[in-house]
Design a protein around this ligand. Structure first.
Ligand code: CA
Ligand code: CA
Length: 715
């Protein structure tokens, strides 16, 4: 409970307040108590509040006062960013005695508020300095394995320490485990009109290898922004931001060439001389960069939890944002690292690899949440005071990708974010060890990313079904090439399936669009004429059912071939239970709803988010597993719950519903995906099963939806 809530500067009569504070706080006390221990490291006693669209700051200037607080900052946005953000953001300090958790819960229920979130503390990832002898620095350009022989556009004085640009096997590296920078420089070395923001600890704009490539503010002749002081001087008092800059656009002094030899780099400082900062200052940095014309932002920082305000800031900026995956050596799919794990079309998340194309031991990875890898071990670049350092980190990998994005923009002005991203991701050098660790499955290649494109791939040939068994359909087709006679293999295949016909164009009644149909994993395209196959696991059914399949190939710039389609009658499976049959499930709170692409779907919360302190279930009818062996519960599910705190369990009873035991747990989020639960220990028994959702006292989500639930035998 809150005591001694003060209302500083309050002169209006209490009844004019829109909030009865004591009533609100006592009504939300339990929820706030549950929320408090979940909050990440943040500035306690502060909240960031986004007002609802239409509730602008000037009209609601008394909002903070209603809670006894004070507006510390109105984070003003303009132009496209304001339009996209669609609401006003304020940093509010709370009155003595009110906690951040209490304010978040109470303000979250205020009709004027879209959300209230923490002002999180943010830091640069743990960056490791690589032992480095000063003697080597003096001999840059003279050491290594014939550093000056190679591609035509290899600068004669390129430091052999820059293995990421050009790897001749120096220092026990693997020849050509590099981004093929010299080959890219035959196409372009960058452009001074191209503005690339480095949002970090600032940048040393007096460094001799950087000074020629700094952005200058046309308004006042300054070179960037310091979000901590609010002044336009981004001088680096650490070294991290300066190091990132050198990889993006070192001018070649002392042999240190960035991916761009010329560019306008806009240093933004929001991290202090010890590498720490706040989320509010990061947002101000994104706003400054966007409003001053940055086409790209390079972000070698993170580690905080999900924060809606930061996600919205990135999403609202029309720039493309390159973001480090993090240095914890973990799987970001299971344990997200933000901002890199935000599911946004205009961010690219970068892992770090070494001079032998091995993923760095410290690098985070993620089959769906990390995009590609780039050189990030023993990276030689600029630091403050006209010096250089060798550093390790996804912080160092990210600027390589930012740099290549810069070359792409220089070569193809007017290119969209989607096209830049497609060029970065589809033109990687394939690295088998990276498959399943990141979306692109390979390492950045600047030359391939820059190569011209001559059109969409050809239509795949002879697409058809070669075999259809219960639950499994085999597809086959002939690869078509990219760019006509000039091109080789296309970049990737996209395969979809549905139990409804998949439209090639706009779907008619009873059809689904290509994007609505369920995506299936596919191999990389072979050379034109290659015979290709894919196996699709379709839902099991108690009766014969027709399934529809669609295929297209895309090239490295994201251009797609025509869509080809086929279908197959999939035979019935031997099932102990078919959830699509009438009367298969009962529930007092879960309900069946119509899903545009999937038909009838069971969900726990048909009318929005599930409740706090929920305990609800949907229960099957009695199922006999007599004569079954290797019984499996198989179903399609999509879910979004508060990770770890709110769960859905698949529970089984073999005593007529008296006791239930949990056989699988689902928490966090997943898109539609087939799930299987081993029930073989119940073979021969009579059972019931249920999906049961339980939640704690704060934070909720969409909940759990499933369809096509069956119990089948083994194999
Ligand atoms: Ca090379
Ligand atoms: Ca919860």
């Amino acid at each position: 409970m809150i005591q001694n809530v003060r209302f500083p500067g309050a002169t209006a009569a209490p009844q004019s307040r829109r909030v009865d504070l004591n009533q609100v706080l006592s009504a939300t006390a339990a929820e706030a108590k549950s929320l408090a221990p979940k909050l990440a490291d943040h500035v306690e006693g502060e909240v960031l509040v986004k007002l609802r669209p239409g509730m602008n700051f000037d009209g609601q200037s008394d909002f903070a006062g209603d809670y006894g607080g004070q507006v510390e900052e109105h984070i003003k946005m303009g132009g496209t960013m304001l339009q996209n953000f669609n609401g006003d953001l304020m940093r509010i300090s709370l009155p003595e005695g009110m906690t951040t958790a209490e304010a978040i819960v109470a303000m979250g229920k205020d009709g004027r508020v879209e959300y209230a979130v923490t002002n999180d503390r943010i830091s640069i990832p743990d960056t490791r300095e690589v032992p480095f002898s000063p003697e080597q620095l003096g001999q840059a350009g003279q050491q290594g394995n014939q550093p000056n022989e190679g591609p035509q556009n290899l600068p004669k004085d390129l430091s052999p320490k820059l293995w990421g640009m050009h790897n001749t096997g120096q220092e026990s590296g693997k020849v050509d485990s590099d981004i093929d920078a010299p080959e890219a420089w035959a196409i372009t070395t960058g452009n001074r009109n191209n503005v690339i923001a480095v949002i970090d600890t600032g940048g040393d704009y007096n460094h001799k290898a950087l000074a020629s490539n700094v952005w200058t503010n046309p308004e006042d002749g300054t070179h960037g922004f310091n979000a901590i002081t609010g002044k336009n001087d981004p001088m680096d008092d650490h070294y991290h931001g300066t190091h990132c800059w050198g990889s993006i656009a070192g001018n070649g002094t002392d042999g240190v060439y960035g991916v761009n030899h010329q560019a306008s780099v806009m240093p933004i400082k929001f991290l202090s001389n010890s590498g720490g900062g706040t989320l509010a200052d990061a947002i101000k940095g994104i706003v400054f960069a966007t409003e001053h014309g940055a086409r790209l932002t390079s972000n070698s920082w993170g580690g905080g939890p999900y924060n809606q305000a930061l996600k919205d800031a990135f999403a609202s900026s029309p720039a493309l944002h390159l973001i480090a995956a993090g240095n914890d050596g973990k799987d970001n799919d299971g344990s997200p690292t933000y901002p890199g794990s935000y599911d946004l079309g205009n961010i690219v998340t970068v892992a770090a690899s070494d001079r032998n194309d091995r993923l760095a031991s410290f690098s985070n990875y993620g089959a769906t949440s990390v995009d590609l890898s780039a050189p990030g071990v023993a990276i030689y670049s600029t630091v403050t005071g006209n010096k250089y350092k060798n550093l390790d980190g996804t912080s160092m990998a990210t600027p390589h990708v930012s740099g290549v994005a810069g070359l792409i923009v220089a070569q193809y002005p007017g290119i969209t974010n989607e096209e830049i991203k497609a060029r970065l991701m589809n033109a990687v050098d394939d690295v088998p060890g990276f498959h399943g660790k990141m979306v692109a499955g390979g390492r950045l290649n600047a030359a391939k990313a820059l190569a011209p494109d001559f059109g969409a791939p050809g239509t795949p040939g002879a697409f058809g079904v070669s075999e259809a068994k219960a639950g499994r359909v085999q597809l086959g087709w002939v690869a078509s090439g990219d760019d006509g006679a000039e091109g080789g293999a296309a970049a990737r295949y996209e395969i979809r399936y549905s139990d409804r016909p998949i439209a090639v164009g706009e779907p008619a009644e009873g059809e689904v669009s290509f994007d609505q149909a369920t995506a299936v994993k596919a191999n990389r395209p072979g050379q034109p004429g290659a015979a290709e196959t894919a196996t699709v696991n379709v839902p099991l059914s108690g009766s014969e059912k027709t399934y529809y399949f669609a295929l297209r190939s895309t090239d490295k710039v994201g251009k797609a071939s025509e869509v080809v389609t086929t279908s197959a009658a999939v035979p019935a499976a031997q099932l102990a239970f078919d959830g699509n049959a009438e009367g298969s499930f009962t529930s007092s709170s879960w309900a069946q709803v119509d899903d545009a692409a999937r038909g009838k779907v069971w969900t726990d919360s048909p009318n929005g988010d599930y409740a706090n302190n929920a305990d609800t279930a949907v229960t099957s009818k009695a199922v006999s597993l007599a004569g079954m062996s290797g019984s499996k519960l198989i179903f399609d599910a999509k879910y979004a719950t508060e990770n770890k705190y709110d769960t859905v369990k698949a529970e089984v009873s073999s005593d007529g519903g008296k006791t239930w035991s949990s056989e699988a747990t689902y928490s966090g989020s997943s898109d539609w995906k087939q799930q299987a639960v081993d029930l073989s220990k119940y073979d021969g028994k009579d059972i019931q099963f249920r999906f049961r959702l339980t939640s704690d006292g704060s934070v909720s989500g969409d909940g759990f939806s499933f369809s096509n639930a069956v119990i089948a035998g083994g194999n």
